[in-house]
Ligand binder design. Structure first.
Ligand code: ZN
Length: 62
């Protein structure tokens, strides 16, 4: 079973659409990732329930 799921988000720095890959085998996770468009840091937080993504937020991590 593949627990990696792609999802779209909007970068809070440049407002470009970015594609994230989340691991839905973990219930909750938060990490820092650089925006692929403007290279500024994003704080990605998400929650899953039973392998389904239920909440995703992307904030500035400056
Ligand atoms: Zn950006």
């Amino acid at each position: 079973m593949n627990f990696l799921q792609g999802c779209d988000a909007t970068c809070p720095h440049c407002w470009e659409r970015v594609e994230l890959t989340v691991d839905t085998s973990v219930a909750e996770q938060s990490y820092i990732e650089d925006c692929p468009v403007c290279c500024r840091p994003l704080r990605v937080s998400y929650r899953t329930d039973g392998g389904e993504l239920v909440d995703l937020s992307v904030e500035s991590a400056d």
